[in-house]
Design a protein around this ligand. Structure first.
Ligand SMILES: Cc1cc2nc3c(=O)[nH]c(=O)nc-3n(C[C@H](O)[C@H](O)[C@H](O)COP(=O)(O)OP(=O)(O)OC[C@H]3O[C@@H](n4cnc5c(N)ncnc54)[C@H](O)[C@@H]3O)c2cc1C
Length: 405
């Protein structure tokens, strides 16, 4: 007999939470989604949706509604301090129909929440969950920040992000490290100097990295790498001096940077590295950044979160027991997550660290590696999220509705 009619709590309405909530409610389970934020949807950070994440949304029937509000990205173009191409990768080299989509957190969330409403998910905003308490039968209740108890639930999905409050209470071994480096980010109006189909990066040493990602119809998301302990000094410093530093690496950003007139317009992002050997425990599963946060060097977090949701829904639909379904979920995600965690940890110090010698090595090695056809293909597949492990790859299978390719 298949599992049906579970009473499920999902904690966190970022990406993993609402995607899992939609899929499980559609499968006939009763789903409540708890989010600590009050209901409002700021534009949120810009990110690059990869073919893997798009394929999940397509299977859910949500991609066509999202794509018109995204920027179609075909190329990653990264220049070193001498203006040489460090990376110049085109999705189309692997598959002519393949592309990325630059969008905003709130745009994706709005699409997921609409589907959640239609699927009958009950969404509870302003509910910060702080505790997970088990009853004698193993079922878990949730305690919110005001001390109210919710549940018990047959299954709790922990989707509350990299700094999860619940992960440590789930009884699953986990290691969490915070990177000393993070980023300042800002979303502004796209200027003519930035092609609408290119994720553009400029690196100096390993201490300087600028990223410009077209997002939405007319926006540009700008990232500037910074050590987190240097942010207070940056806030106290002169904005024009900092802009000059950015423009030494990215001269064409002058007009765009004109939109930044005070420090407060730049948000700060911290990165975490979360390691777990499995992503399930007794009547709990961990999805998204809560289970495997990465530095955003490979831009995969949202896509991995969507894939987690799809894998969990599939595992539960195919299992005879809840325990079997949760174990199948961990198994299904192990190789893909293992590859991206390894690749991200390996790559991050070359782009964001105090080891400036690695920058010299990077500037010599990467352009050469990109000329070797097999390595180049692996780079593009890695960027697209399509590596299924160290050797495997998945087909992209996503085509833009307006594409003739
Ligand atoms: C600078 C930067 C750039 C990035 N660029 C990309 C990119 O280009 N492509 C990409 O795919 N990924 C990118 N990422 C990563 C991506 O943002 C995350 O991996 C993704 O958001 C993870 O989704 P999630 O649902 O697991 O967690 P989150 O999106 O963090 O959502 C967690 C949710 O849980 C809520 N919550 C937290 N605690 C509680 C609680 N106690 N109770 C209730 N609710 C709670 C939070 O308010 C939030 O809504 C980037 C990240 C950063 C920092």
């Amino acid at each position: 007999m298949k599992i049906n009619g579970l009473n499920i709590a999902v904690v966190g309405a970022g990406t993993a939470g609402p995607a899992a909530a939609v899929l499980l409610a559609r499968a006939g389970h009763r789903v409540r989604l708890f989010e600590r934020a009050p209901l409002n949807l700021p534009v949120g950070a810009g990110f690059l949706l990869q073919p893997t994440g798009m394929r999940v949304l397509q299977t859910m029937g949500l991609l066509d509604g999202l794509l018109p509000d995204t920027a179609v990205i075909r190329r990653l173009h990264c220049l070193d301090r001498g203006g040489r191409a460090l990376l110049d990768l085109n999705y189309g080299e692997v598959d002519a129909a393949m592309f990325g989509a630059g969008t905003h957190r709130a745009t994706l969330l709005a699409v997921l929440l609409r589907a959640a409403g239609e699927a009958g998910v009950e969404v509870l905003w302003d509910h910060a969950m702080t505790g997970l308490r088990r009853g004698g039968d193993g079922r878990a209740s949730l305690i919110d920040a005001r001390g109210r108890e919710h549940g018990p639930f047959d299954l709790v999905l922990i989707c509350d992000g990299a700094q999860s409050a619940l992960r440590a209470q789930a009884g699953i071994a986990c290691r969490v490290d915070r990177y000393p480096w993070g980023a300042l980010w800002f979303i502004g109006r796209r200027t003519a100097a930035f092609a609408g189909d290119t994720l553009w990066q400029r690196v100096g040493s390993t201490r300087e990295l600028a990223g410009f990602l077209p997002t939405g119809r007319e926006a540009l998301s700008f990232f500037w790498s910074m050590r987190l302990d240097e942010v207070p000094a940056w806030r106290a410093g002169n904005l024009d001096t900092w802009k000059s530093q950015v423009m030494r690496h990215a001269p064409q950003a002058e007009e765009f940077l004109g939109q930044i007139t005070e420090h407060g317009q730049m948000a700060v992002a911290a990165y975490h590295d979360v390691r777990m050997k499995q992503w399930h425990g007794e009547r709990v599963a961990v999805l998204g950044d809560a289970g495997h946060a990465l530095s955003p060097q490979l831009g995969q977090g949202v896509n991995l979160a969507l894939m987690d949701a799809a894998a969990l829904a599939r595992a539960l639909a195919e299992a005879e027991t809840l325990e079997g379904g949760l174990a199948a979920y961990s198994r299904a995600r192990r190789r893909h997550l293992g590859y991206y965690q390894f690749a991200t940890r390996w790559l991050t110090p070359f782009f964001q660290s105090d080891a400036t010698g690695l920058g010299v090595l990077r500037d010599g090695l990467f352009p050469w590696a990109g000329k070797v056809p097999w390595v180049r293909r692996q780079m593009i597949l890695t960027m697209a999220g399509l590596k299924t492990g160290f050797v495997g790859e998945a087909p992209a299978n996503v085509q833009h509705p307006t594409s003739n390719a």
